[in-house]
Design a protein around this ligand. Sequence first.
Ligand code: SF4
Length: 312
Amino acid sequence: MKEKYHYLFGPVPSRRFGRSLGVDLTPYKTCSFDCVFCQLGRTTNKTVARKECVPVDAVLAELDEWLKTDGKADYITLSGSGEPTLHSRFGEVLEFIRAHSAIPSVLLTNGTMLCLPEVRSAASRANVVKVSLSAWNQASYECVNRPHPQLRFDQLVEGQKAFRAQFKGELWMEVFLIWGMNSIPADVGKIAAIAREIGPDRIQLNTAVRPPAEGFATALPKERMEALTRLFYPAAEIIAEFNTNNASDVRANQDTILSMLRRRPCTAEQIADVFGMHLNEVSKYLGKLMRTDQIRAERKNTALYYTAVVGE
Ligand code: SF4
């Protein structure tokens, strides 16, 4: 799988989507945001320019091959190294999945491009669209999501409302909470009020359980998250820890990464290179190893290195 495909990765265990085949439509790391909590690290290409970031014919050829030779996953998810709606032809990928397979498709988007009618129309081809909302005004938007300078918070909200009005599939919303940035109940209540106006089918609270772009992006304690779920309508869920951690392939990948980190500290990118994994996959395993205190992270210059915790 790893050598065979450029644009597909996994299927990887996902906290939200079971075993999910990832389709990566952007080069690393192309996004309209530079969220402080991003599990992929800092944005290197912050843009709002939509274009054919990777050749769509090559993506469709890989999907065709995968469907014919393997084809088993709970979902096919457009996500990866950045914001998939920046790809000007992402709707064709969703259309292909719908036409050639019974596997439901998911679009993970930060929602910034939904203010454009052509993006809403393309996104409507997914079975599930998950948008993000982690701010309540322009100032908090700039702190948490660090958007491209052309982006306005009001436009983000209006785009999500317009999409809700036309989208017949499942609209999910992720609210990412960071300790001390958007975590006090009064502020979370403002996010909840805007979420209610948008009207998603499900709301999920997340926090920095995986290594974030910035060391200061600290996770909220579970009890605090639980109390905040009640501010939302419908009541928010906390994204459960992925519950098949004991699956043999998950254990094997975790153990392989851990044994490498016992030998020498590495960045997530180095691990991805060595094992031919997508950075998203590596991040999931690092998150699990961090939560169970088997590794720790240290920033050296601009890079974040992971080291095995020995003898504790
Ligand atoms: S979390 Fe998503 S939206 Fe935010 S910078 Fe990372 S890829 Fe972009």
